[in-house]
Design a protein around this ligand. Structure first.
Ligand SMILES: [Zn+2]
Length: 491
């Protein structure tokens, strides 16, 4: 919104107080911005008010104040208006005539506040169009009615404001909020803060390598890195906030939240059903890659038993194996669940898909131990030479083995990069080393090598009868629960 020029004409109010019933009366007018009309408009209005005031026997002309501008212009740019207020304060004016409320202020609410302010200085107003003289006793009731309209007006103003913000979002203009790792340049773009950027990268790396929130918090404490709020210690939620912020990839999701209503000005999360969201790529310098961000997002979902939002229950805890494990009987992907079988209480089960046979169960820690053993006994001599089909994967494996001679736990970041799949004895016809048996776990590495590790695999028939009974009972309960929640109750 642009204000081209502001007209102020002040003829100079009398300095001395007027005796008797006489009132010093000024006029305030707003001039239209349409270029052809405006030249005459101001003169016309001025003459009308001059005649009107001088024609009145009890009135003394106290000046004309005028602004040129569009409706809705902020009062701080209305210098004519400001001058008038100053002269009122200086006691030079008793009455102000103006055409209408809409010419006097942006809205009824603002108008009411100016009326109160001027009345406190002993200045009254006359609105010609509304036929209100604030000096008359009856005007108080009219002002009360106006106040009621102001409420409704506030609603539509709020709508306009939101509309304006949404328009800016559509154009890709972000409302700057402080984000750890960046600072704002004078032009409003993002500038990287090197030390903070290093911390952001470190947090992503640690999480990707399987560190828990509390381990990352401990790491930051150990390295004496202050939190985004400048505190000594980080909270898990501030770490999570960084891990979930797409801005570190150089992208921006605009209109993440919006203001729901004009009374509470409550901010709600945008689920894109009512208000569109806009996603901008390559908006500023990234701190991490899209791949790493996606990886972290995937790990977060694998780790979280209740799904990404934590509000649904019963989702399997797949971290860090995801879909690597398959049933030796039917080949279906195994799901990990908390099961009431034996401590430590987590196991891989054949269930969850229509083709799952439901006949396989293995406790998680057996799998984890066997996979770690497979890594630590990896036969380096079997790695393919440079000219073979798996040359790149073999090189990657070789580099990883020398960088990490010992691994203390199974984590998604290396498992997903090195391992193609994991199977159990029965489905391997011709293993490359060792012999096929029911108590064997096979790790099929991406570099083309298969490791064979004897393990304490349990199949149903190997479970002690009391454990098996509990497993069966659990299966029945679980099935019934799933049936009760089916979407399609048709026979
Ligand atoms: Zn199966």
């Amino acid at each position: 919104m642009e204000i081209e020029k502001i007209l102020v004409e002040h003829t100079g109010a009398p300095e001395t107080t007027v005796a008797g019933k006489q009132r010093r009366v000024a006029a305030y007018c707003r001039v239209s911005t349409s270029k052809d009309a405006q030249a005459g408009s101001f003169e016309l209005q001025k003459n009308v008010y001059l005649q009107k005031i001088t024609a009145h026997p009890d009135w003394v002309f106290a000046g004309i104040y005028a602004d040129e501008g569009v409706t809705g212009t902020n009062t701080k740019y209305r210098t004519g208006f400001q001058q008038m207020l100053a002269d009122c304060e200086a006691g030079k004016i008793d009455y102000i005539i103006t055409k209408s409320i809409s010419r006097f202020a942006r809205n009824t609410l603002e108008c009411l506040s100016y009326i109160r302010k001027l009345q406190s200085m002993g200045v009254q107003l006359i609105f010609e169009k509304e036929n209100i003289d604030t000096g008359e006793p009856f005007s108080e009731m009219l002002l009360t009615v106006l106040a009621a309209f102001a409420q409704e007006e506030s609603r539509s103003l709020s709508e306009n404001l939101k509309w304006g913000i949404r328009k800016r979002y559509q154009k890709g203009i972000d409302r700057w909020t402080r984000i750890y790792g960046y600072t704002q340049t004078e032009e409003g773009s993002y500038r990287v803060v090197p030390e903070e950027a290093d911390t952001v990268r470190q947090i992503f790396l640690l999480y990707e390598q399987g560190q828990s929130m509390s381990e990352i918090v401990a790491f930051l404490h150990q390295h004496q890195i202050p939190s985004p709020a400048g505190k000594k210690d980080w909270s898990a939620s501030s770490v999570l906030h960084i891990l979930r912020n797409e801005k570190y990839t150089g992208d921006i999701l605009l209109q993440k939240t919006y203001t729901a209503d004009h009374i509470s000005h409550r901010t709600v999360k945008n689920n894109c059903t009512l208000v569109p969201a806009y996603y901008l790529t390559d908006h500023h310098t990234p701190l991490i890659s899209h791949e790493q961000f996606a990886m972290v997002e995937k790990i977060r979902k694998l780790r979280c038993p209740g799904g990404s939002d934590g509000n649904s229950t019963g989702n399997p805890v797949q971290y860090p194996f995801d879909t690597l494990l398959r049933c030796p009987y039917c080949g279906a992907v195994l799901r990990q669940r908390h099961i009431p079988v034996q401590q430590p209480g987590r196991g891989w089960l054949c269930e969850g898909s229509p083709k799952s046979c439901g006949g396989f169960l293995i406790r998680s820690h057996f799998v984890e131990q066997a996979v770690l053993t497979a890594y630590h006994t990896f036969p380096k001599e079997q790695l393919a030479p440079a000219d073979s089909g798996h040359a790149a994967e073999a090189e990657h494996m070789r580099a990883f083995l020398s960088a990490h001679p010992r691994l203390s736990r199974v984590d998604y970041y290396w498992l997903s990069r090195l391992v193609d799949s994991i199977t159990f004895g029965r489905h391997i016809a011709q293993p490359q080393n060792g012999t096929a048996c029911d108590r064997t776990l096979y790790v099929h590495w991406k570099c083309g090598v298969t490791s064979c590790v004897p393990t304490g695999i349990e199949k149903e028939k190997d479970l002690p009868s009391y454990v098996l009974k509990r497993y069966r009972d659990w299966q029945v309960r679980n099935r019934r629960k799933n049936e009760n929640h089916t979407d399609c109750p048709n026979p």
